[in-house]
Design a protein around this ligand. Structure first.
Ligand SMILES: Nc1nc2c(c(=O)[nH]1)N[C@H]1C(S)=C(S)[C@@H](COP(=O)(O)O)O[C@H]1N2
Ligand SMILES: [Mo]
Length: 311
């Protein structure tokens, strides 16, 4: 890895904080190890992105680069929180990266990342992130509204849902040689959720191109839903007429519904959703808010729906 580059983007305070972060995890038995933090990856392209600040950002203080890039879920690289930071940096996302956009739309196509980014204004979107497992972070994504891509390909009236598929490459992604999930990783949104201005495709974090472990080069971010809705390293976006069966629904349908909206009143069979631990302070728990605090913006999408039934 490029040590000079990573020191440029990492302030002294962050390094000092990192010690406390690791300490907190060690004492909480969450299994965070110093080696994982030290194995922190540089950005995929080592590329600074030009961005503008979005008013849709939270004013809460973001987690550090280390926290955001070394405590991850990306089962393609293992199920441990430090596995993605350890194993994903070896992976080389193919260049040029392409995304197939098809299904019920008038202008399907295979687009390179450059095609997709042409004419896009990249925004800093600082969002709360809540994992169904009970931890949360504040992450300064760089991205653009998914709606702008969707509108370019002109979904037809048959398009009611959107399916997102992650790269399937077991030779390069060691986690795909285990059947912990059915591969490839698939997620989905209803079309109106996909078009919501809070829904973004992210290409960066902290003003840098996404590190592999965060889903390089392109991933979904839907801040009012549990983290697992944010499919990483997307190769296909497809418009469909029925709700896609997502990887997590297949894995455990009673636990993972299609909607997966953050909701303190609807528990996962194994994890209460009432509270969350804001990392890194493993002792600092706080109440989880309906729709992860984005209720003012998104509650109207679910008017009249029983959110216990449509979990
Ligand atoms: N392809 C793929 N996407 C994925 C996952 C995964 O295992 N594979 N994990 C999900 C889960 S559970 C979470 S919490 C977020 C974590 O994103 P982050 O590591 O960038 O914070 O990615 C989501 N997207
Ligand atoms: Mo998650």
């Amino acid at each position: 890895m490029d040590k000079i580059r990573s020191s440029e983007i990492t302030s002294r305070a962050v390094y000092v904080n990192r010690r406390a972060f690791i300490q907190a995890f060690v004492s909480a038995g969450i299994g965070f190890s110093a080696t994982a933090a030290d194995a922190q990856a540089p950005a995929t392209h080592g590329r600074k992105l030009t961005t503008t600040h979005s008013d849709l950002s939270t004013t809460e203080r973001p987690n550090t680069w280390e926290q955001v890039t070394t405590y991850n879920n990306f089962y393609e690289f293992g199920t441990g929180k430090d596995d993605p930071a350890r194993y994903a940096p070896r992976w080389r996302p193919r260049e040029p990266w392409t995304v197939r956009v098809d299904g019920a739309c008038a202008r399907p196509g295979t687009f390179t990342l450059d095609d997709i980014l042409k004419g896009q204004t990249l925004e800093d979107r600082i969002y709360r992130h809540r994992c169904v497992e009970g931890w949360s972070m504040v992450i300064p994504w760089v991205g653009f509204p998914l709606a702008s891509l969707v509108n370019k390909v002109q979904p037809t009236s048959a398009a009611k849902f959107v399916e997102f598929t992650t790269l399937h490459d077991p030779a390069a992604m060691p986690g795909q040689r285990d059947d912990v999930l059915e591969w490839p990783y698939v997620e989905g949104l209803r079309l109106d959720e996909a078009l919501h201005p809070l829904t973004i495709l992210a290409v960066g974090v902290y003003g840098e191109a996404l590190p592999n472990q965060n889903g390089a080069p392109l991933r979904l971010v839907v801040p009012w839903k549990y983290g697992f809705k944010g499919a990483k390293s997307i190769v296909r976006i497809r418009f469909v007429d029925k709700a896609p069966t997502t990887s997590w629904m297949r894995n455990w349908p009673q636990a993972y519904g299609f909607y997966s909206n953050v909701n303190p009143a609807v528990d996962h069979p194994r994890h209460s959703q009432a509270m969350e631990v804001r990392l890194p302070a493993a002792t600092r728990s706080m109440r989880t808010q309906l729709f992860n605090g984005y209720a003012d913006q998104v509650a109207s999408l679910y008017k009249g729906m029983d959110l216990k039934r449509f979990y």
